[in-house]
Design a binder for this molecule. Structure first.
Ligand SMILES: NC(=O)c1ccc[n+]([C@@H]2O[C@H](COP(=O)([O-])OP(=O)(O)OC[C@H]3O[C@@H](n4cnc5c(N)ncnc54)[C@H](OP(=O)(O)O)[C@@H]3O)[C@@H](O)[C@H]2O)c1
Length: 290
């Protein structure tokens, strides 16, 4: 079959990329290239290892080379806030940039992570955040975005737990400044929780223990547990949660929805969610997830 215009790379090909360090395990190229192919777009998406000290030059270079857009992953999301020409309301609100659109306005920074958390919780766990009681583990970049978003969604109670408690205290202070009515505390709750959300990186290695101290909070008191980690598919936390009878989900849906929103920002077209999900599952788990 002769190559169609859309499956060859030529002078008209539009480029997107993810910048990160390390970035070689990123599943975003598989997800985004599958979406471009499904919509017959002559676009390509690559992963670039970018050291934080070169991030400003890398963004300027992508802009100068007429890239359509880029994603930013660890450790660039906070740094990039000061490296774009325009901050979209989403990036201003959550203080982090994971998506850049290059246009006549220059480089515009967006945050598509925060909404993706809520969409995935709703889709994968049927959790509605308004009025929910939530225990959030982790106060790094993802934990901070999640905590602020949960407060914005009007959760009834939010408990923040982190290995370094001062970071959780700092986020609690930020929430109280931004959302004066929010009910936020640092430490484990005494009451039952609608949701336990892991935003720590403990669990990324298959031998990692659970980040939850079950002496201080028993999973029998949680209705649903979400782990932002998606590789491995089942962390020690999720295994224990299943055992305790909780509804569980891993972070694949969050990865999917932040990428789908980025796709829509760049192309102006609706993201083919099923295609993107299948590409992620194939890339990360090597086949349909059981
Ligand atoms: N599904 C998705 O789309 C998605 C998107 C973003 C992030 N994530 C996942 O979310 C996790 C956090 O990402 P991030 O960007 O927030 O990373 P980060 O900024 O480096 O934060 C790491 C967090 O994990 C905690 N932590 C690390 N090692 C620990 C240990 N041994 N014991 C207890 N806590 C530990 C840290 O606690 P300290 O503050 O005490 O260091 C901090 O709260 C990662 O697993 C990442 O893969 C998933």
């Amino acid at each position: 079959m002769p190559p169609s215009e859309n499956n060859v790379i030529n002078a008209a090909t539009r480029l997107c990329a993810v910048f990160g360090s390390p970035v070689r395990h990123s599943a975003s190229p598989a997800m985004q290239n599958a979406a471009f192919a499904a919509l017959a777009l002559n676009w390509r998406y690559v992963a670039c290892e970018v050291d934080p000290k070169n991030l400003r030059e890398a963004i300027a270079g992508a802009k100068a080379m007429n890239f359509a857009g880029i994603n930013l992953t660890v450790p660039h999301k906070l740094l990039a806030v000061d490296m774009v020409d325009v901050l979209d309301a989403s990036a201003k609100k959550w203080g982090a940039v994971n998506t850049i659109l290059f246009s006549e306005q220059g480089a515009t920074g967006f945050n598509t992570d925060a909404d993706a958390i809520v969409t995935s919780l709703r889709e994968d766990l049927k959790v509605e955040l308004r009025g929910a009681r939530v225990l959030l583990l982790g106060a790094g970049g993802a934990g901070r975005t999640a905590a602020l978003k949960l407060a914005a969604e009007n959760v009834a109670e939010l408990f923040l737990v982190n290995r370094t408690p001062s970071k959780a205290e700092e986020i609690a202070g930020e929430i109280k400044r931004q959302f004066p009515g929010a009910n936020v505390a640092v430490g484990y709750p005494r009451e039952d929780m609608d949701l336990v959300l892991n935003a720590t990186s403990l669990g990324l290695k298959p031998a990692d223990p659970s980040p939850l101290d079950e002496n201080l909070f028993s999973l029998k008191r949680a209705r649903a547990v979400y782990d932002m980690i998606y590789r491995p598919a089942e962390t020690a936390l999720l295994a224990a949660a299943k055992q305790a009878g909780c509804r569980t989900a891993n972070g694949l849906g969050m990865l999917l929805h932040q990428g789908a929103k980025a796709f829509e920002i760049w192309t102006g077209q609706a993201a083919p969610l099923d295609v993107m999900r299948r590409a992620l599952v194939e890339n990360i788990y090597g086949g349909p997830k059981s």
